[in-house]
Design a protein around this ligand. Structure first.
Ligand code: HEM
Length: 396
């Protein structure tokens, strides 16, 4: 069997990370039509939905967080330790045990319980701009909402700015800037540890229904483990949701017929969320590393091979989705699941909460902004890492 690195594959290095939006999808779509696997300088990328699914479900492939740290020259110390203990790096039974601790706080019912608070938060963020008829959506709503939602999840309503600051610092691990901001990141981990320790003590005394009360009531869990889980939630639940809300609102501003359809039939909101997640996934590439030799489709992936699973192409696979290049919230899309929240053991724990935040945003804004449109060019972030929207001027 041929090794993956010994075969000729199309290169995706010419897909410039600053080429975004429809042009990015076009370039990747062309590559996906040629080959299920392509080669780039950072690793191989799997463009095919079925192969991507198989890799994400395969326990022999792990999330390469520690390898990313090594590439940045970090091999020990608090940042290394916190990541080595983190949810994304755990595998097998260790991972399953930590997921069980979180699970009760992230059920559909738990997300429903937060709905009234999410609704009130969206209303509060939107009220100051409604009469102006225009706003920059990221700073107005997409950025503040997710940290406020996590504050609601932790039942610490006043602390959203603190959580937002930590989320930015914890995300630095993936941004290759640790040589500059390493000490601040270490400080953030220490602060989260102290904060969660304090919350645990309070919740053990007077439990509620919040995430830390759930952790305190679960199987034996150490304060360190609880702090690591809360760090994973803060880091995983903020930038991601900000980017997805902003891309969603951009899509609606660009597709007035779809916004009208939602306004005329608010019961389409869950389908609208699903279509936004499918059409513009903000986690374009999910990284994996082979922990042992793996054979897939007559190709050998030797241990240590880095592979990126591409949600952008998987979510537009014509075998799974009819007319995949069309953004259409009214279309019955069947049971195929987009890869936006990943797949398998590490499937996004916050998926129901994220969906609720998206739904409450679209539900509130659709009737208030009937003639929504772009009020200038949106500024989209690079397609590596979380695919952000840096600025989204809207008017209505
Ligand atoms: C639209 C918003 C979101 C998107 C697109 C998203 C996407 C993802 C993806 C793709 C993964 C899997 C990564 C992998 O397998 O390598 C993941 C995992 C995770 N997400 Fe999300 N996420 C979102 C929102 C949230 C929210 C709101 C939270 C929590 C409040 C959250 C917490 C997490 C955590 C803790 C993990 C790690 C799960 C594990 O390792 O078992 N995410 N997310």
């Amino acid at each position: 069997m041929q090794r993956v690195d010994e075969r000729a594959w199309p290169s995706y290095d010419h897909v410039d990370p600053h080429v975004t939006g429809a042009e990015f999808h076009r370039a990747l779509g062309e590559l996906a039509a040629q080959s299920w696997l392509v080669r780039g300088s950072m690793g191989f990328a799997v463009l095919d939905r079925e192969a991507g699914n198989a890799i994400l479900r395969d326990r022999r492939f792990a999330f390469p967080a520690l390898e990313l740290l090594e590439l940045q020259g970090v091999t020990e110390g608090p940042i290394w330790d916190r990541n080595a203990d983190g949810l994304m790096v755990q595998t097998g039974e260790d991972h399953a045990r930590l997921r069980r601790q979180l699970a009760p706080a992230f059920t559909p019912r738990a997300a429903e319980r937060l709905r009234p608070q999410l609704r009130a938060l969206v209303e509060e963020l939107w009220a100051p701009v409604q009469d102006a008829g225009r706003c920059e959506l990221v700073s107005t709503l997409a950025e503040p909402l997710p940290s406020q939602a996590i504050a609601a999840l932790l039942d610490v309503p006043g602390d959203a700015p603190l959580l937002a600051r930590w989320s930015v610092l914890l995300q630095e691990v993936f941004k290759f800037r640790l040589h500059e901001v390493g000490p601040q990141v270490e400080q953030a981990y220490a602060e989260v540890r102290a904060y969660v320790g304090d919350l645990l003590a309070r919740r053990r005394e007077a439990p509620g229904e919040d995430l830390v009360s759930v952790l305190a009531a679960g199987e034996a869990i150490t304060d360190d483990e609880a702090a690591t889980l809360v760090s994973s939630v803060i880091s995983g639940g903020t930038d991601t949701t900000t980017a997805q809300i902003a891309h969603g609102m951009r899509l609606f501003a660009e597709h007035p017929d779809q916004w009208r359809a939602l306004r005329e039939d608010p019961s389409l909101v869950d389908r609208a969320v699903q279509e936004v997640l499918r059409f513009e996934p903000i986690t374009l590439f999910t990284a994996r590393i082979a922990t042992e030799d793996v054979e897939l489709r007559d190709v050998l992936f030797p241990a240590g091979t880095v592979v990126f699973v591409c949600a952008a192409t998987a979510n537009r696979d014509p075998e799974a989705f009819e007319e995949p290049e069309r953004f259409d919230i009214t279309k019955e899309r069947g049971s195929a699941v987009p890869l936006t929240f990943g797949m398998g053991a590490h499937y996004c724990v916050g998926a129901y909460l994220a969906r609720a935040e998206l739904a409450e945003t679209f539900r509130h804004l659709a009737p208030l902004t009937p003639d929504l449109r772009l009020d200038g060019e949106p500024v989209l972030g690079p397609t590596t890492g979380i695919y952000a929207v840096e600025s989204l001027p809207l008017s209505w």
